[in-house]
Design a binder for this molecule. Sequence first.
Ligand SMILES: [Fe+2]
Length: 385
Amino acid sequence: MPCYQQRGELPAKRHTAFRRPDGGLYAEHLMGTLGFDGPASLLYHIHRPTQILSSRLLDHNQIVEAADESVRMRHFRTAELKEVSSATLDRTPLLFNRDVVVSIVRPQKTDEFFFRNGQADQIHYISQGSGVLESEFGLLHYREGDYVVVPRGILHRFCLEATPHTMLIFETPSYIRFPSRYLTREGQLMEHAPFCERDVRAPEELKCNDQRGEFRVVVKQRDHLTETTLDHHPCDVVGWDGCYYPWALSIHDFEPITGSLHQPPPVHQTLQADQFVLCSFTPRMLDYHPDAVPAPYNHSNVMSDEVIYYANDQFISRSGAGFGSLTLHPAGLPHGPQPGKAEASIGGKRTEELAVMIDTFHPLKVAESAEALEDPTYGQSWIDP
Ligand SMILES: [Fe+2]
């Protein structure tokens, strides 16, 4: 996973007395995942992060499944979603199972509160917009095409700059990491990986806020949202070090792997969770064997549901899907190129497609809130005209 970083002031030895200018102790704070076995960081706060004035349940935050549970090809036009206020509270869930929730949001303004997801790691694909992720670890600038990964437990807020702003969000109770086949035994990304550590961006600037007052933090846990109020600004860290922090990787820094014949989806893999993989389809040369059919062959997802988000409108094997489309091809049904797409792909030299895919190992349910975005004709789009 992301490698060791340090920012700000630190004591020479961990777990030793580290004092503020007024003589009091900085509050040392270990934050990590997988108990004490996963990546972790040590942070030094001016105030104790435990100084919580009050807590109240804000929302039960339950996702309701759509009434039609039939297994079929689905297409949701997410570009039709209206803009909303909050990047945190106004997300529209689209698909879900116990391993992952896929939602989308088009926020218009920066939240006045902070957010901590205590039950899930989050990948935010920034489909439109740019801004700064503010967290206890400092400021991380993000832009269109970034995957902004916020491991669970990290308090944060998206400070919006360019609008419109669209984020596709994957939340998972497992933890997000690089595929193990890209890593050396010591954890470094290998030469054949489609990106390297230089492409992974950690928070650049540590901004320490020594402010007293009431600061709201919305915490997600047990699928509920709770509002807690602290008696100080939560981003009051003077220094941190470790391997646990929010980070960003641009889809445009994913260097595609191509071949003379069709390369299967694992060459596009970018990230890994326990029960799904995330792949990036980026502009690339097409297959260069003289008789190659660059469009993918029909295939049966024997064990996985396939979800594709179209980040532009250039996808080689699909018609009818455009920017913002999200398709679900469920396990149990074969899928493949639509009529004419295989033939049309022959002789092609390049594709400009940009898409994000997840393959889940367990079936997904469709959320009721996705139904209003559905294209009801999609399931028949493989029929010859
Ligand atoms: Fe597929």
